[in-house]
Design a binder for this molecule. Sequence first.
Ligand SMILES: Cc1ncc(COP(=O)(O)O)c(C=O)c1O
Length: 410
Amino acid sequence: MTINTKVEEAGFAPASRISTIGVSEILKIGARAQAMKRDGKPVIILGAGEPDFDTPDHVKQAACDAIRSGKTKYTALDGTPELKQAIRDKFARENGVSYELDEITVATGAKQILFNAMMATLNRGDEVIIPTPYWTSYSDIVEIAEGKPVLIACDAQAGFRLKAEQLEAAITPKTRWVMLNSPSNPSGAAYSAGDYRPLLDVLLKHPHVWLLVDDMYEHIVYDDFQFVTPAALEPVLKSRTLTVNGVSKAYAMTGWRIGYAGGPRDLIKAMAVVQSQATSCPSSISQAASVAALNGPQEFLKERTESFQRRRDLVVSALNAIEGLDCRTPEGAFYTFSGCAGMLGKMTPGGKRIETDTDFCAYLLDDAHAAVVPGSAFGLSPFFRISYATSEAELREALTRIAKACAALR
Ligand SMILES: Cc1ncc(COP(=O)(O)O)c(C=O)c1O
């Protein structure tokens, strides 16, 4: 009794390490959109961070087989030998990078890979350079690990890519990591070998800086774009590069929660320490399914990418036909990141002034019943992200409504 009273009096206080981290803007918009849907409003959600395809049947079958054959126990801490071998083969086959098995780690999603890496390496105040727009989890994970995100704005004119001068200027003695993501969530921008080269040259000059590359959208690239990963381009940097990837986006396996990485042995070992006290190991069944995904047929990836490319073209041309919007054609992923500077300062039919990209997105949700995410959620304004991982029919309908809502602004 006394204890309860004391707890109530004291109230709840979160740890300071999460005090700067709020619920993501993306989740907030998603929740509002879902609530509007429940109220009968015809909301189209263009916010999903996952493919609208299903997990392939042979992958599902491998999971069922794993269950039936009793692969239902804890596995090796950071991945089964079978999955590590499949990942090793994948890196060699698709990326031209060779990793030993003890240079590979598997976790519960690429998100946990990032978390393990930051928790295992950052001391309080260590700096992590993150180009914006960025996937929001990057800075939040760095902050939870008590590091300091150093955000560098990369605008549309620069193709949303970090320039060598910007990287050079941002590096300090406290810099621990640079995080690069190609193709990018949210911009869809990707780094070619030529785009990477000047950045890698800068990193060669600063041996205390490590490189984390997030290749999650590797398979979703368009117009014959040649995907490359830095560890293949610059072998000297391989000994301080963590190459992150996963099965979520390529194989439509977001719910299976398997991500992986290749990197230097000592880093991989330190990451396993974090994982050992967080989850013990990734799901045994999902790991068996991921072996089938990586070792099985890959032809369907091309068909799926072609379908995404048709949708990208549809969205980019519809957005650019709207006065006041400016959408760069992305090289990959399934997002557009469109400028909306031309909408700022305008009045809605309801008499509200659009001051920010958040206001613009709120207006689109209220008036066009189209849920999109403001650039501010990704650290760069004024922009908004559309995920086109939804049917062409829904995309057409949403874009028609967006065009109408934009035309109604004065
Ligand atoms: C750029 C990027 N990296 C990593 C992830 C995490 O993927 P998962 O944890 O599902 O493997 C995502 C998910 O949205 C992403 O967009």
